[in-house]
Write a protein that binds this ligand. Structure first.
Ligand SMILES: Nc1ncnc2c1ncn2[C@@H]1O[C@H](COP(=O)(O)OP(=O)(O)O)[C@@H](O)[C@H]1O
Ligand SMILES: [Mg+2]
Length: 226
């Protein structure tokens, strides 16, 4: 089995108001390519920080993070951006769509930045798949939360990422809309065989991943199969 993510003895410390704050403390786990993992834990326990380190958005204070066999710790900001661009997809709680672009343009932009071909047709096919064929030319502000999150699903999968990180993807959605977005997420994921790492409070969502990692006070306190 191929390991796509290897987190070894990772700690993260922030310097603030004259004191050191240890937010993650000696965290260890690895993830097989193609598997699905939930990271759960109380608010403030370090989940978003951990996701950011795994995805190469930030660097650990101690330990190492290896993504797709690339050691992120030794890379510059620019090199990490290249790794993210090539291998990593993101879904955020607050969608993070560009407000001045239509749904279609939001999906197209990352593909265009990568110099891909058939960008428009591929983006339209993905928006169609998430049920937004009649919303392609609408701006984010004209879309409901659930529709915006479906645009961001299309955007995330358009890049064919090897690994997809989702931070509270249903956190801003009502139950009914959440269930729809969750189903789409797992359908798209099944089709693409992407590795999925999800931070969530949503037990319905966590129950659908193969594995659950629990974080408490910056420590990994449980790592169990579902
Ligand atoms: N840039 C930062 N500087 C200082 N402290 C931070 C920073 N980012 C997060 N923290 C602190 O780290 C802890 C964990 O935050 P976070 O990873 O966002 O937790 P979670 O996602 O589990 O709610 C919190 O106490 C938070 O205040
Ligand atoms: Mg968080």
């Amino acid at each position: 089995m191929e390991t796509i993510l290897n987190v070894k003895n990772v700690s993260k410390t922030y310097q603030g108001a004259g004191q050191l704050l240890t937010v993650l403390n000696d965290v260890n786990f690895s993830v097989e390519a193609g598997s699905t993992v939930s990271i759960v834990g109380p608010s403030g326990s370090g989940k978003t920080t951990l996701l950011g380190l795994c995805a190469g958005l930030d660097r650990s204070s101690k330990g190492s993070v290896e993504l797709n066999n690339i050691k992120l710790d030794q890379l510059s900001e620019d090199e990490r951006a290249q790794v993210r661009n090539r291998y990593v997809g993101f879904i955020f709680q607050n969608f993070q769509l560009l407000p001045t672009l239509t749904a279609l343009e939001n999906v197209m932009v990352p593909l265009e930045l990568r110099g891909e071909k058939n960008v428009r047709a591929r983006s339209m096919a993905l928006l169609d798949k998430v049920g937004l064929h009649n919303r392609m030319h609408h701006y984010p502000a004209q879309l409901s939360g659930g529709e915006q999150q479906r645009v961001s699903l299309a955007r995330a999968f358009a890049n064919n990422p090897k690994i997809l990180f989702a931070d509270e993807p249903t956190g801003n959605l009502d139950v009914e809309t959440s269930d729809k977005v969750i189903k789409l997420l797992f359908d798209l994921n099944q089709e693409a065989g992407t590795t999925l790492i999800i931070v969530t409070h949503n037990l319905e969502l966590a129950s659908q991943t193969k594995r659950i990692i629990r974080i408490k006070g910056g420590h990994l306190v449980a790592d169990e199969l579902n």
